[in-house]
Design a protein around this ligand. Sequence first.
Ligand code: ATP
Length: 333
Amino acid sequence: MTQAVSLKQVSRHFGTVRAIDDVDLEVAPGEFFAMLGPSGSGKTTCLRLIAGFEQPSSGHISIFGEAVEGVPPYRRNVNTVFQDYALFPHMNVRDNVAFSLMLRKVERAERYRAAEAALEMVRLSGYGDRRPGQLSGGQRQRVALARAIVNKPRVLLLDEPLGALDLKLREQMQEELKALQKQLGITFIFVTHDQGEALSMADRVAVFNTGRIMQVGTPEDIYRRPKTRFVADFVGSSNVLPPGFVEALTGTRRWASLRPEAVTVTRAADAMAHLRGTIVARSYMGSTTRLGIDLNGQRLTAVVAASDELPQEGDGVGLTFASEALHFMESEA
Ligand code: ATP
């Protein structure tokens, strides 16, 4: 199958900084693909390489089977939605959306028809005459989206497109983006440092660190079967347990991860408990409470459902978890 986007041994160095370091990546047609990682891990550089705003120092990139070396951004079948939206403030919404069609000398009636169709897709029919300054943040973000889909690219690149929105609006836009992607059927590649966003929206996620891809997989793979300590820790703040501790518990000397929500906290006297410890921290999070537990020097976090009977700081507790919840990792990196 021809991949929508393919990177083979791609590196991008800036002086001594290896922003992208020997990356192999394949994104399938119609996929909603997230690039996740901490600040400075190379996600944006990777996106810019695909868009054509950066050239690789080495390696090969192809889009729908065509090598794109030396092909400028506007000749690639790809559009980008930037974090700051980059709308033209002096143009109304309709002209902003139709801008790329104007550059391609599409006649006025046709480009306005296409702009109106794109605005309808993002639920902004009737806003064509407004200026960007007369819109809310969420509406501006939708105009940026409409502008990026108006010429029907085969791949849409999104660089933290929801970063500027408040939490509630961000959650709403996450659903809308997902619905829009389904409706359009085009490939979305999405950069974010927000693990919740990546897990909830993407078909597959690539986790970046220091210019390299640490793991690629479905949200469930990444969350439940992290290959490395970095992935376990970054994607959902897991308990990362050292080999000595795991050996005492299971007989196997390996690094392992244990999700906080997989831990059940019971009374200290519970005969069935695997482990005993002391509550050292407790933070209320609404529907759940996060408990910090000291196990003779090893710190463990448990997230438990809100209840009136939760233990207090200083209380002794017993801990249990299903044996399959303990996940052995391939590497200690
Ligand atoms: P963020 O989430 O903060 O946007 P990121 O994962 O997108 O981070 P990049 O912007 O790709 O990271 O940057 C990766 C590394 O490359 C960083 O160390 C950055 O400082 C460096 N870098 C990026 N662009 C340039 C440039 N034009 N010149 C020099 N260094 C650069």
